[in-house]
Design a binder for this molecule. Sequence first.
Ligand code: PXP
Length: 239
Amino acid sequence: MAGLAVNVDHVATLRQAREIDIPDPVTAAAIVELAGADGIVVHLREDRRHIQDRDVRILRETVKTKLILEMAATPEMIGIASEIKPDLVTLVPEKREELTTEGGLDLRLHKDLVSDAVLTLQRAGVPVSIFVDPDLDQIKLAHRIDANMVEIHTGTYCDAPTPSKRTDAFNKIVNSLKLSQKLKLGINAGHGLGYETIKTFKGLSEIDEFSIGHSIIARAVIVGLEQAVRQMIALIKGP
Ligand code: PXP
């Protein structure tokens, strides 16, 4: 049965809107864990627009489940991750002007750079997942550079404007899951997932864990964080 890792970046987004010290993503992470989540995800961006270095350091001490650090494959981030040693690094592409991660890492373009990052992080004792589009070539490349896992991008499916585009996106995800499993890669899935779209993924036994942020934090504003996490867990793990 798939697990749920909750991305708490948007708790930090709210804090940074006032540049003060509340709400604290560290407190949020503790509540998320007590509600039953299997991991905490934070994305330390180059521009530090939400999560700060201090958050990652403290979370490394306090998270009881699993700390997943999303980051770009830059020397600065590789240095931070090698020192802090999260339980998993997920390498993502990063553009300054984007609102959120816009797509998977293109391993056709960045294979050598990402391969070096994977090796350095693994030598520091940190397993590495690569966020990729549901594209068979990208998955083969992730396998070739010895990544431990892939995280399959679900955003194209979730945001598909028509039923036929949605079906097409879903088929690509299913084919990507099958290939990743055949290649013995660990498999996470995420981006854009909400309380409706998650239902489509429930039966896909290849998926180890979902990585979900925005929809859970958005619901938390209305119903509270514990409820929001429990409701998502029920959809993933319930009958
Ligand atoms: N996975 C990756 C690689 C991401 O970059 C993000 C967004 O930070 C997520 C999952 C979570 O996406 P969402 O906030 O849309 O649930």
